[in-house]
Write a protein that binds this ligand. Structure first.
Ligand code: PLP
Length: 384
């Protein structure tokens, strides 16, 4: 008997404790975590400074409405902007951040068409779902919001054909996460940014999964050498506390005047106390360099070890966002099952990809341990 909607296919495991980069289920079994709760727990499960920030704020005040000043929002926004000219709007999730981005782009340009990409994922609210380029996610919900157009990723032809005077924005993930850990090609992104600018269309980069150090730089867009008009964030921003953000260039300040957008809980004091501390800790060049180094080494090691494996098609990714593409979807299910039995949690992406998103705090020893087990499982599957 359940009192819940069956909208998630849940495994019969309940985690009741997390310690650094490990999870414990209710039977006491310990798991090495290569999921970060789907790219959320970038600083691990019990970071003392995050816990302290939350507890200190909880003892003072949890919530004040957005009718009053909020210095914690100011501090978090300043940390997120860094040296760049961004203003922040805070919300509670990735989908909400993308809704804000869609509204800002449409109002700023007075245009309504938004171009997104096949296999993209931008969330489950109606706008974010309509932006998502996956028929499986749309099924049962037609008609979607009008004016969203999906074109092939890493390809210019259709994009150029669709980019016109009605296009408010082009919206994309620099590494498609849910779609299968598919990195955008650098040259393509540079040209895409240029043609958007020429056309007066905003470039929205959805960094809900790639942001907050996941790909080895604080924002994935830094590594691509672009400055998007809009960046959306969530997941790692609250390290488990529900926080999302939309960052938009300062020149769009007048577009979001009082009354144009808002959220009761967005920028809530508890969330801001946590997000501020997360950004302070992750946006540290040494921490980021270390995460990048661990990710690069992990990808290299997986590529070497899996080079001759007949069920592995590709190993790809950036930083600690890694995909291992297998020859068929059934193998992914079998691999996940066996990894779980051996005490390591891994995710699926697309239909044929094993996705590794370990906490950025993972140690080199833990990474090697996990990689060993993954390679062993994949080797066994290749011999079946
Ligand atoms: C790139 C991207 N955008 C948006 C979302 C939606 O975020 P949320 O589930 O917090 O609404 C996700 C979630 O997986 C994501 O990966």
């Amino acid at each position: 008997m359940t009192y819940l909607f069956p909208n998630y296919s849940r495994k019969p495991i309940e985690f009741i404790k997390g310690e650094k980069n490990h999870l414990f289920d209710k039977n006491g079994k310990k798991y090495l975590d290569f999921t970060s709760g789907i790219g959320v727990m970038n600083l691990g499960y019990d970071h003392p400074l995050i816990n302290q920030a939350l507890q200190k704020q909880a003892a003072e005040i949890w919530h004040t409405p957005n009718l009053y000043e909020n210095s914690l929002q100011e501090e978090a926004a300043k940390l997120l902007a860094g040296e760049q000219d961004y203003l922040a709007y805070f919300c509670n999730s990735g989908a909400e951040a993308n809704e804000a981005a869609i509204k800002l782009a449409r109002k700023a340009t007075g245009r309504s068409k938004i171009i997104t990409f096949e296999q993209s994922f931008h969330g489950r609210t109606f706008g974010a779902m309509s932006a998502t380029g996956q028929a499986a996610i749309h099924r049962g919900f037609y008609p979607l919001l009008p004016e969203f157009v999906y074109v092939p990723f890493n390809s210019m032809e259709m994009l150029k054909r669709e980019l016109d005077q009605h296009t408010a924005a082009v919206m994309l993930e620099l590494i498609q996460g849910e779609g299968g850990v598919i990195p955008a090609e650098e040259e393509w992104i540079k040209e895409l940014a240029e043609i958007c600018e020429k056309n007066g269309s905003l470039l929205i980069v959805d960094e809900v999964q790639t942001g907050i150090g996941r790909t080895g730089t604080f924002y994935a867009s830094e590594a691509y050498g672009i400055e998007p008009d809009i960046i959306t964030l969530a997941k790692g921003l609250g390290n488990g506390f529900p926080v999302g953000a939309m960052l938009g260039k300062g020149k769009y300040a007048d577009v979001f005047q009082a009354g144009s957008h808002g959220s009761t809980f967005g920028g809530n004091k508890l969330g801001m106390a946590v997000a501020g501390k997360v950004v302070e800790l992750v946006r540290n060049p040494e921490f980021l360099a270390e995460a990048d180094k661990k990710g690069t080494a992990a990808i290299e090691s997986l590529k070497n070890k899996l080079a001759d494996n007949s069920v592995v098609v590709d190993v790809r990714g950036k930083g600690l966002m890694i995909g291992i593409q297998l020859t068929d979807s059934q193998l992914v299910g079998e691999a996940l099952e066996q990894l779980e039995q051996k005490g390591i949690m891994v995710l699926k992406a697309g239909t044929t990809v094993l996705r590794l998103l370990p906490p950025l705090t993972i140690t080199e020893t833990e990474l090697s341990e996990g990689i060993e087990i993954i390679c062993q499982v994949l080797e066994e599957l290749a011999y079946v």
